[in-house]
Design a protein around this ligand. Structure first.
Ligand code: BGC
Length: 436
């Protein structure tokens, strides 16, 4: 077997990613909080509760992140904490975020901050949030306020996390806490408003911090025809891929809305991203005119909870795909639920090998943020899905480094993948990664 090392550039960003609601705890003014507790909730008795206790003690996990050898972390701000009532800004909350960001810098960890990651202030929901035009001015003011308060500590911003996924889960599939109106017509209003919010936030941040890099974290998936060689399945998977992967990106690029949402132009939207943030998890198989099905072909390796097929080559494919936008690329999320930690080491090595391939073509992939540092509150799936490099017991708050976490530590500390790591942590992928 060949012994070899795949080296990454010395300035590569090795990170982890989290979101506020999933880790902070006690976000009582967010739309998720009453939804979790509602009678008949699909979460039954599970609650986010203290989550990973970040509001009280993010520093403890930042120590762990630094101990892993990471030099970057993506986190989000909880709007409902910063603006608990319309036009009432909580300075103490902004101070706490400053503390957390400063704690990152003190540990050599570069922050990337997301403004909106799946959760809303309750008062905004009452006003119709994204399906109402009022959201845009509120979002702009929120963005400008936090950019002013925190901008000197934040070199990279994400306005909206996974806009297409959010619209789907909230307005169409009803997996997320309800907006005032659900359904396709509400979704068709919400999507352009999300774009308006993005554009407003982009400019608000740039006004305060012209040198900051601002973008979105865009979930990118691979779509294949369910029946190989079936022309209609093939056509449909291409259409779905365009709508899911490209519709939003093209709008941010040229400011235009396209079919099937509606045609038109949004002012000040063109060219409002400085990098492409890719959240990559899996691939889907599309049957003509059918929606997403969680059904995988025989032999596919699937992560916990039927979350998805492990398809590392897809990461290379989506990186290659977004090269057309001619911007720097960051892998803003990539990970899997794997409580028993049977797959994560192989996952890390095989996915990062695809990133390395891209880097070797001189494609501008600047960093990788693994989802996630410790197990956290996985939205509508509560605590059932464990994505952490560290396992976490939410009751005792005890953390334990998983074996795959040790591997990520070696990768981050050395800035490389090696055959020795594969032999030690995931011998099953040795031949695939290091043939010869
Ligand atoms: C979201 C995260 C989530 C992760 C795993 C991403 O789509 O941004 O908040 O926890 O996937 O499901």
């Amino acid at each position: 077997m060949a012994h070899a090392t795949m080296n990454f550039p010395s300035d590569f960003l090795w990170g982890t990613a989290t979101s506020a609601y999933q880790v902070e705890g006690n976000n009582t003014n967010s739309d998720w909080w009453p939804w979790e507790a509602a009678e008949g909730s699909i979460l039954e008795d599970q609650r986010s509760g203290r989550a990973c206790d970040w509001w009280e003690n993010a520093e403890a996990d930042l120590d762990l992140a630094a101990g892993l050898g990471t030099n970057a972390h993506r986190l989000s701000l909880e709007w409902s904490r910063i603006e608990p009532e319309p036009s009432v800004f909580n300075e103490a909350a902004l101070d706490r975020y400053r503390q957390i960001l400063q704690a990152m810098h003190d540990r050599g960890i570069e922050p990337m901050v997301t403004l909106h990651h799946f959760s809303n202030p309750l008062w905004l929901v009452e006003k119709g949030d994204f399906s109402s035009d009022v959201v845009v001015d509120y979002f702009k003011r929120y963005a400008s306020r936090v950019a002013t308060a925190l901008g000197d500590l934040v070199p990279k911003w994400i306005t909206i996390n996974e806009p297409m996924v959010y619209i789907f889960l909230r307005y169409l599939s009803a997996d997320f806490p309800p907006p005032q109106r659900r359904g396709t017509s509400a979704a068709r209003q919400a999507l352009p408003n999300l774009l308006r919010c993005h554009a407003a936030a982009y400019h608000a941040i740039k006004e305060v911090s012209p040198a900051a890099m601002v973008g979105v974290a865009k979930n990118m998936a691979v779509f294949e025809p369910r029946r190989e060689g079936h022309l209609l399945d093939r056509w449909w998977s291409t259409e779905v891929s365009w709508a899911f992967n490209d519709w939003w990106m093209l709008a941010m690029q040229d400011g235009r809305l396209r079919w099937p949402i509606r045609r038109g132009r949004i002012k000040h939207l063109a060219n409002t991203f400085d990098f492409v943030g890719i959240n990559y998890y899996t691939r889907y198989y599309m049957r003509f005119l059918h929606g997403l099905e969680r059904e995988w072909p025989a032999g596919a390796v699937i992560s916990d909870g039927d979350y998805g097929e492990l398809y590392p080559a897809g990461l290379f494919r989506v990186i290659k795909h977004v090269m057309r936008y001619q911007k720097p690329i960051l892998i803003t999320e990539n990970g899997l639920p794997d409580k028993a930690d049977k797959l994560r080491s192989a996952f890390l090595l095989t996915h990062l090998r695809e990133v390395w391939r891209a880097v070797n073509f001189n494609w501008p992939v600047m960093g990788y943020y693994h989802w996630t540092l410790t197990d956290n509150f996985e939205w509508d799936r509560g605590w059932t899905q464990r994505f952490g490099l560290y396992s976490l017991d939410p009751e005792t708050q005890e953390r334990r480094l998983r074996r795959s976490g040790q591997l990520y530590q070696e990768i981050c500390q050395t800035g490389s993948l090696s055959s020795t790591m594969a032999e030690q942590f995931a011998p099953s992928v040795m031949r695939q990664l290091f043939p010869g």
